[in-house]
Design a protein around this ligand. Structure first.
Ligand code: HAM
Length: 429
């Protein structure tokens, strides 16, 4: 048979990388615990219609969509938010609010593969369902900050905006929602000229075009100046003014709660169409792709047949966070335990080697057994290559005394020990 290649856009995580990913996932679970988020597990396959409803053209056109054998149009989930909103509109309809829900798992988008962009990727996704208050938006920003800090990332930055600002302006001009969506998609990709000409062709006034032109150039970390400028510019647009007020409240809350500095970007838009309020992304200088993204979506649950339910959330790209940590050379070495291999000196003693291994495991010490039938010299050479810390040699002479030989591979020293003393010797190094 021919040698198979991995499917384009997919990836294998070898042990060290798999451990790193799980380590980051563990940090996300810890953040969930600290902020009171409970895990739910939703299916990888959902109805295409549900996933397509408000995901935006960019995600919609890249879904792994197919008909199942029963003829249903389904797709592999490209994100978690639609599944969570489905649950809140149905099974969790009467659950007391707020709901704090965590999802962790793999997602699928037919993106063009490149550094940090895969067709299968991982997210930890946090949704806070029920509150409309800015404290809820602030919580989502704060927990994201907590995760970025706890994994050891440096120099990460929050870009924050509010979709209500741009929609407030476009809506007042009477532009249809699909025109607004297309304009915002272009802005998301920073194709501002194209966005402006689309808006112009759709009948926007000269005043609106000048305003948008100015808005897309306002950004910065000096919050009072950036927010002040935004407020002044949208004075005549009541929806957009309210959005700027709301954004100001949120960024004030996060900066007071934990000195988190954010960069406000007035022309910031995100590809997903369900956002109604604050939106944000997280970046590091080493990569030009977002490590996390989220925002407020107050109408999605209602759109799926539920009660009107405000909601805000975020998804952290776990494999992207891992990539950023690799770029920053900031990852803790995943193997916490010193690895131990048990080798029998002769084949006749292999049962004894298994018995010694079980004794160590019963003491909570992870142990690997030499199962390739290697002779001692070869087994020591392999252990050296694999960075094994200790080799336990099970030999006939020592066994008669109820003892084995413990070899410290780094120090290149060995000593004979009673089997019952072995665990303590390994533990204390
Ligand atoms: P998103 O911005 O589409 O938002 O994705 C969130 C994060 O997932 C991105 O910032 C990135 O780290 C990661 N990601 C997305 N696509 C890929 C890819 N092709 N390869 C690797 N990583 C990727 C959402 O998914 C929203 N559901 C977030 C949200 C939750 N909004 C409200 N609640």
């Amino acid at each position: 048979m021919k040698a198979f290649k991995i499917v384009r856009g997919m990836r294998d995580f070898l042990p060290e990388e798999a451990q790193m990913l799980r380590l980051i996932e563990g940090k996300a679970r810890n953040v969930a615990k600290l902020y009171g988020y409970e895990e739910i597990i939703t299916p990888v396959v959902e109805s295409y219609e549900l996933l397509a409803a408000k995901s935006g053209e960019e995600v919609r056109s890249r879904m792994f969509a197919f008909k199942d054998l029963g003829g249903r149009k389904v797709a592999l989930r490209p994100e978690f938010t639609a599944s969570v909103a489905r649950l809140v509109a149905t099974t969790l309809r009467n659950a007391p609010k707020p709901l704090r829900l965590l999802c962790i798992g793999s997602l699928y988008r037919y993106d063009e593969p490149q550094k940090g962009r895969f067709r299968e990727f991982w997210q930890s996704n946090f949704e806070l369902i029920g509150p409309e208050k800015p404290e809820a938006d602030a919580e989502i920003l704060l927990l994201t900050n907590n995760l970025m800090k706890s994994v050891g990332l440096r120099n990460y930055a929050f870009k924050v905006g509010h979709i209500g600002v741009l929609r407030g302006i476009l809506g007042r001009e009477g532009l249809a929602e699909d025109v607004q969506n297309r304009a915002l998609q272009l802005m998301d990709k920073k194709q501002y000229e194209d966005a402006l000409s689309l808006v112009k062709d759709a009948g926007a006034s000269e005043k609106c075009l000048t305003l948008l032109q100015k808005m897309v150039n306002i950004r910065g970390c000096n919050l009072s100046s950036v927010l002040g400028e935004m407020k002044r510019l949208v004075e005549d647009y009541s929806g957009a003014s309210a959005a700027v007020e709301n954004l100001a409240e949120i960024v004030e809350l996060v900066s007071k709660a934990c000195n988190l500095d954010v960069m406000v970007d007035a022309g910031f838009a995100r590809g997903l169409e369900y956002y109604t309020g604050m939106i944000f992304e997280v970046y590091v200088p080493e990569l030009d792709i977002a490590l996390a993204g989220g925002g407020r979506y107050d109408r999605l649950v209602e759109l799926f047949g539920g009660e009107p339910t405000p909601a805000v959330g975020v998804a952290h790209g776990l494999d992207r966070i891992m990539l950023a940590l690799q770029e920053q050379k900031a990852l803790v070495k995943p193997y916490g335990d010193k690895r131990v291999v048990v080798v029998s000196v002769s084949e006749a003693l292999s049962t004894e080697a298994l018995r010694v291994s079980e004794t160590l495991r019963a003491e909570g010490i992870p142990v690997e057994v030499e199962v390739m039938g290697r002779k001692v010299a070869k087994a020591l050479e392999t252990a050296n290559r694999k960075g094994i810390a200790y080799v336990v040699l099970v030999g006939e002479r020592e066994l008669k005394e109820g003892a084995v030989t413990l070899r410290d591979m780094e120090r290149k020293e060995q000593r004979t020990l009673k089997i019952e003393e072995l665990a303590k010797a390994i533990r204390t190094g």
